[in-house]
Structure formats: structure tokens, C-alpha cells
Design a protein around this ligand. Structure first.
Ligand code: DGY
Length: 351
């Protein structure tokens, strides 16, 4: 009986095609792969059906890993691997309770997301939303849009002789924030402020080293209030979830500088969309660059933020480069195998 059981290949459910990483799954003869066949997020009813008896599942941001899914899977499930660094969609306490290992994909996407942070800061500051639509709509030829001294001006990210200081702020100061800071140094950034999660201890040695490396006048961990008041460009780079829900709300936005730019590339739930739309409309801040929006992807053209000309929105593409997505898919598959066969996972949550 034992030898018969050991020949049973563990079943794994893959919630979406993994493009060029698929051979890593297809070439393995020791697992049974069940793959959602279409090029869109898998349907919940399909997942609940297919996961019955599975030992592992590879999920994406839109697949909720909760009690319902675990009940449908049954007792064989031993690993959940998400192709994301974020894990808002996974009920971690429940996973711990059921002793299900969870893999995720940090590190490999840090550089790509830091790139897009800078892109959004520039686009939002320099009115890219309105300026780009104007060209696309064929309006550039209209006399009122011909070059003029102050049309389409916005705050400059880089320092100038007449404006020689810039403060960059980070709500959350992990890997992506630090990679973003490094990219901004050539723009002449002079000060860096950040908030840490209440459960994390200040790392003064790291901060002193970063300040020296980047030749900053200051690099300080501060309270949210000071972060809001002093940042010229503020990046939201904190994980989502209950702890960070609407940290950027009307009260926070009210404190920001009228010429400041807010960039969110972490999770939509951290920023109150209605408050941000008001802040833009009433000019409490200059602009916003968003890769994530609460309630995505159900964001239509009448969404209050889509209607704001000073708001640049891209559809959650922060990690979308060929190199990074392949690295993420590869890591997610390796995490899956690690969990399936009781081996080390390249990136396991809680380890
Ligand atoms: C993540 O990995 O969590 C990003 O939001 C998507 O790449």
C-alpha cells in the first residue's frame, strides 16, 4: 500500500498560464498539473471545483485564499504559492493554523517597481495625464494649446539653483522604497523621511549608512503627520491589509503641501480614493500617480480619480517587465515545489 501511495503524483492547481515559465511545470513528471485554460483570471467556481484534493495551488492577486478555498481543497493542501510580493489576498493566520506553507515573490520585482515609482512621480508632477490625452485627442493643433510660457507647468522633481532642496517621503521603507530613493539621488534629493510600521524597531545604523551613501542632509524615521507636512514627493510603499487601510485619508492629505505629488504602487486600500479625488480637485496637493486603486480592476471612466486631470493611473503594471515577470513566475513555481516536497522554499512567508 505504501509503495502504491508514494506513486500518486501530487495535484497542483495553477490559476493562470505562466507563459515562458510553463516548461518548468510541464517538464515535471512527478506532479499532476491542473491549469486554468483561459487568458484571464480563473473563475472562482472553477477553482473551488479543481482544488478538491490538491496538494498545492499557485495563485495571483485576484484569487482569495480563505476558509472557503481551504474547505474546498480538503486536508491534502500543504502549500499556497502566490506570484506576488503582496499577500493581502491570503488569510495568513488561517494558513498558520492549518500548517499550510505560503510562498511569495519578494526581491525579484524590487527594481521594476522602483522604476515605475520614478516614472509615476515624473508623470504626475509634469501633468502627463492631461498633456498626453491632449495629443492623443488631436488637440495639440488648437491655438490655445500651442507652446506657451506657463501652460502645463508643474513642480520639478530635480533641484534647481533657485529651488535647491527636495524632500522625498516614504510611507513604508522596505526594499522598494530604498531602491526608489537610490534612483532619486541623481535628481538632487536632499532630505528623506519615512514612516515604519508600529511593530518594527528603528534601524539607526542602517539609516546612518544610507544617509552617508546618498549624501543626504537628513534621513529620518518620523510620524505620519510630519511625513505628510514635509514631503515634496510621497511614495506609498507599505503592504495592504487591515493595519494600513486608508492610512492616506482626508486628514493626511489635508496636511500635504499644495505642490506635492503622491505616488501609490503598493495597494489601493492604503489610500482613500474619494479623499484623494477631493484633494486633487480642491488642490490640496498637486498630483497623483497610481499603479493601484482600491476596488481594481473595476475602475471605469466615471471613477472619481479617473476624472481628475492631475491623476495619472496605470493598471497595476509595476512589476510588468519581461525579465521581472519571468523571475516572479519562476520563483512562484520553485516555492510551490519546495512546499510540495517538504523542501526549502526560495521565499516563504513567516520564515
Ligand atoms: C505584487 O507582486 O504584489 C505586485 O503588486 C504585483 O506585481
Amino acid at each position: 500500500i505504501v509503495s502504491h501511495l508514494s506513486n500518486v503524483r501530487p495535484k497542483v492547481v495553477i490559476c493562470r498560464h505562466l507563459g515562458p515559465a510553463m516548461p518548468l511545470l510541464e517538464d515535471r513528471k512527478d506532479i499532476e498539473v491542473v491549469l486554468w485554460p483561459e487568458d484571464r483570471s480563473c473563475e472562482r467556481s472553477w477553482l473551488l471545483e479543481q482544488i478538491k484534493g490538491a496538494a498545492g495551488v499557485l495563485v495571483f492577486l485576484s484569487d482569495r485564499v480563505n476558509e472557503e478555498l481551504l474547505e474546498a481543497a480538503g486536508p491534502n493542501l500543504r502549500v499556497v504559492s502566490t506570484m506576488s510580493v503582496g499577500y493581502e489576498h491570503i488569510d495568513l493566520p488561517l494558513m498558520a493554523q492549518r500548517k499550510i506553507r505560503v510562498g511569495y515573490t519578494p526581491d525579484v520585482l524590487t527594481e521594476a517597481v522602483a522604476d515605475i515609482c520614478v516614472m509615476l512621480a515624473l508623470m504626475a508632477g509634469r501633468n502627463d495625464g492631461a498633456a498626453y490625452s491632449l495629443v492623443k485627442n488631436g488637440d495639440w493643433a488648437k491655438p490655445k494649446y500651442a507652446w506657451s510660457p506657463f501652460t502645463f507647468c508643474g513642480p520639478q522633481l530635480s533641484v534647481t539653483p533657485s529651488s535647491p532642496t527636495r524632500t522625498v517621503g516614504f510611507l513604508g521603507f522596505g526594499r522598494i522604497a530604498q531602491a526608489t530613493l537610490a534612483r532619486l539621488i541623481p535628481f538632487g534629493i536632499t532630505h528623506c523621511l519615512y514612516t515604519g510600521s508600529p511593530s518594527s524597531r528603528p534601524d539607526t545604523a542602517r539609516d546612518a549608512a544610507l544617509q552617508a551613501t546618498h549624501k543626504l542632509k537628513a534621513l529620518e524615521r518620523v510620524e505620519a503627520d510630519r511625513l505628510a507636512r514635509e514631503s515634496d514627493i510621497l511614495f506609498v510603499l507599505t503592504p495592504g491589509g487591515a493595519e494600513t487601510y486608508h492610512l492616506v485619508d482626508a486628514a493626511f492629505l489635508r496636511k500635504m503641501k499644495p505642490m506635492s505629488v503622491l505616488v501609490n504602487t503598493s495597494r489601493g486600500s492604503v489610500v482613500d480614493s474619494d479623499a484623494l479625488a477631493t484633494a486633487l480637485r480642491e488642490k490640496w496637493i498637486w498630483g497623483a500617480g497610481l499603479d493601484v486603486v482600491e476596488g481594481e480592476p473595476l475602475i471605469s471612466e466615471d471613477h472619481p480619480l479617473v476624472k481628475e486631470p492631475q491623476c495619472v493611473i496605470v493598471p497595476h503594471i509595476g512589476s510588468a517587465t519581461f525579465q521581472t515577470r519571468l523571475d516572479m513566475a519562476t520563483r512562484a513555481i520553485k516555492n510551490l515545489y519546495g512546499g510540495l516536497f517538504g523542501e526549502e522554499m526560495p521565499a516563504e512567508l513567516g520564515k
